[in-house]
Design a protein around this ligand. Structure first.
Ligand code: PGA
Length: 273
């Protein structure tokens, strides 16, 4: 069996990044139909934004194959922290890579909650992904209780530091373009309660400053995505904030027309930074 050629591997913050996290939604036929619609639309009018899609594991090959030649990053929603072994039901970074996918999410809040993933484990997964040659989009963000008790910055600091310490700043410095951070306040995910542009910008500015403190270079080049009920009606306003480089989109990414609408609304806007 030959390994499919990965199509696209890097993300930068010079144009919007629109990433769809399909979670445990969409079956094989839906994935194929989505890919056909997206390919057709992007052939007619090329995307001004960088586009990424994170299907469920069983459809990584399907989506990768269907989007061959289309400038869309395909990624997994999770990988195991170990490169191989007795881990029933899990999938390694190199297995993901062999499907043609080139990125993975790490530490989505639903995995932190449903599978008790700790900051340390999330960092180990990001490290495993980078070592195997996958890009890593690391998700972090505070719960409602943490926000209301004034702990937002402390939580973001703890989650980001665990990543920087666990992966190592040297490794991250040399992997610019192959990792990104998604700020996803847990209270905004799937609730319809989007962060205001100011809340998103404050969190992103804080994360950018912490990255600048720790990384030798590249802090300004690390894409910082916002996630949490992002949709066509609010994405342009959020994207206008200096440190919001794009979106990790759940619900609104399941319909190709809605997802394309977001690509068009954000893609043309030049970033201020
Ligand atoms: P949502 O999900 O857009 O449905 O709020 C975002 C995410 O969990 O990545």
């Amino acid at each position: 069996m030959t390994t499919p050629t990965p199509h696209r591997t890097t993300m930068h913050n010079r144009s919007a990044i629109l990433a769809g996290n399909w979670k445990m939604n969409l079956g094989r036929a839906d994935v194929r139909a989505f890919a056909a619609d997206l390919s057709r639309a992007l052939a007619a009018e090329p995307s001004p934004a960088q586009v990424a899609l994170f299907p469920a594991h069983p459809f990584l090959c399907t989506l990768s194959d269907a989007l061959r030649g289309v400038p869309v990053i395909v990624g997994a929603q999770d990988v195991h922290a170990e490169p191989e072994g007795a881990h029933t039901g899990d999938v390694s970074a190199s297995q993901v890579l062999s499907t043609g996918a080139t990125w993975t999410l790490c530490g989505h809040s639903e995995r932190r909650a449903d599978h008790a993933e700790t900051d340390d484990l999330v960092a180990r997964k990001a490290r495993a992904a980078l070592e195997a040659g996958l890009g890593a989009m690391v998700c972090l963000g505070e719960t409602l209780h943490e926000r209301e008790s004034g702990a937002t910055e402390a939580v973001l600091e703890r989650q980001l530091s665990a990543l920087l310490d666990g992966v190592g700043v040297d490794r991250l410095d040399t992997a610019v373009g192959r990792w990104a951070v998604a700020y996803e306040p847990v209270w905004a995910i799937g609730t319809g309660r989007t962060a205001t542009p100011q809340i998103a910008q404050d969190a992103h500015r804080f994360l950018r400053a912490r990255l600048a403190d720790r990384l030798d270079r590249g802090a300004g080049a690390i894409p910082l995505l916002y996630g949490g009920s992002a949709k066509p009606e609010n994405c342009a306003e959020l994207f206008a904030e200096t440190d919001v480089d794009g979106f990790l989109i759940g619900g609104a990414s399941l319909d190709p027309a809605t997802f394309l609408d977001m690509i068009r609304r954000c893609g043309g806007a030049p970033k201020k930074a």
